[in-house]
Design a protein around this ligand. Structure first.
Ligand SMILES: NC(=O)c1ccc[n+]([C@@H]2O[C@H](COP(=O)([O-])OP(=O)(O)OC[C@H]3O[C@@H](n4cnc5c(N)ncnc54)[C@H](OP(=O)(O)O)[C@@H]3O)[C@@H](O)[C@H]2O)c1
Length: 327
């Protein structure tokens, strides 16, 4: 089966592509910058805002994963809607048999934030030309590089004490990145031919404040959290962009969404794609471990030129003598 992954270079896509390749699928990794792509699969150029480039990328594929969003733009709702419409149009003309989309948790009746409403709208638009769409709806995904996880980690690491809005008490059901990949890959084996949505989450329901406290505990840090009802979303997002590397526009969308409870309401996916889900603390340890690995690799790369410089010294100069007089 030939599978297109739109958003292959992103946080989820870069974990999904190697899993699909390992499972034996032919993977086309779609990105706007194929020259920079170093991940699994074959890089292919494609921009969801440019239908001709999309047509070339989708041509000959059986299934497509849709892992694209433009949350950092101020007009993300309109852009993401237009992009989903184009993808559904081009996909239908190319004879795509299925789209698998990763969206957000939260019920339509929950007075959803603009971000979560937009994710829900994309779900409908992708299905608007008749291609069956399998949607997985997730809350916070815990994994190195994920925007919501990075926000959590950086808040804990940068602030020993926090004055936070009421959202710290909202319930959420974070899921580990490897479990999201298991579900995304697992739904390809389902025989169901129609469109269907599944909620996915980890094994624990936690308030945001509990997530922050658990990360602090794992990292051996002290954390004081003081919820203040008067902190507006606008002020919170400014404050967030000061203490984390999340930009103000993205931070605002994420903070607005924190008013919405994001928990699994129907768990039928557990029986269709069965495995033991990863607990929150373990997911945090995995994410921190990936971060440490990446930093070590980067330090190794930076040290390599210096080392090779050093190793050339003995060859050219006959070697250095140690304090004990031995080479
Ligand atoms: N991260 C989370 O915690 C989380 C939680 C729940 C749901 N989700 C959902 O999971 C999906 C993937 O999220 P993510 O965190 O992996 O996102 P991400 O890391 O921000 O990656 C976004 C991807 O979108 C691609 N993209 C953006 N604009 C594009 C365009 N015009 N044309 C083609 N590609 C474009 C980017 O590719 P290039 O820049 O290479 O083109 C990038 O690979 C989203 O639908 C999101 O709502 C994420």
């Amino acid at each position: 089966m030939r599978v297109l992954v739109a958003g292959a270079s992103g946080f989820v896509g870069s974990a999904l592509c190697p899993a699909l390749v390992a499972a034996g699928y032919q993977v086309r990794a779609m990105t706007r910058h194929p020259d920079r792509y170093r991940g699994a699969g074959t890089a292919v150029a494609g921009d969801v805002c440019d239908p001709p480039s999309l047509a070339a990328a989708i041509e000959g594929c059986d299934v497509a994963y849709y892992l694209v969003h433009s949350l950092g733009s101020r007009d993300f709702q309109a852009r993401d809607a237009e992009a989903a419409r184009s993808f559904a149009d081009v996909g239908a003309r190319a004879g795509l048999r299925r789209i698998v989309y990763l969206g957000g948790l939260g019920e339509d009746g929950d007075d959803l934030s603009t971000h979560l409403r937009s994710r829900r709208e994309v779900e409908g638009l992708l299905a608007s030309t008749g291609i069956p769409v399998t949607t997985l709806r997730a809350g916070i995904i815990v994994g190195h590089g994920g925007i919501s996880w990075e926000m959590t980690r950086q808040l804990v690491e940068h602030l020993p004490a926090m004055v936070t809005p009421r959202w710290v008490r909202t319930r959420t059901q974070p899921i580990a990145l490897p479990d999201v990949v298991r579900y995304l890959a697992g739904v390809l084996d389902l025989s169901d031919s129609g469109s269907r949505s599944f909620d996915i989450g980890g094994p624990e329901i936690l308030e945001y404040v509990e997530m922050l406290r658990r990360v602090a505990w794992i990292e051996g840090r002290r954390l004081l959290v003081v919820p203040v009802p008067l902190l507006t979303p606008r002020l919170s997002s400014r404050w967030l962009s000061l203490v984390t590397n999340v930009d103000t526009a993205t931070g605002r969308s994420l903070i607005d969404s924190m008013a919405n409870e994001v928990i699994v309401r129907e768990d039928s996916i557990r029986r269709l794609v069965p495995f033991q889900p990863i607990a929150y603390d373990q997911a945090v340890l995995l994410a921190l471990g990936e971060r440490a690995k990446e930093r070590r690799a980067r330090a190794g790369r930076n040290a390599a030129p210096a080392r090779s410089q050093q190793s050339r010294v003995p060859a050219a100069g006959g070697g250095r003598t140690s304090a004990t007089g031995h080479r």
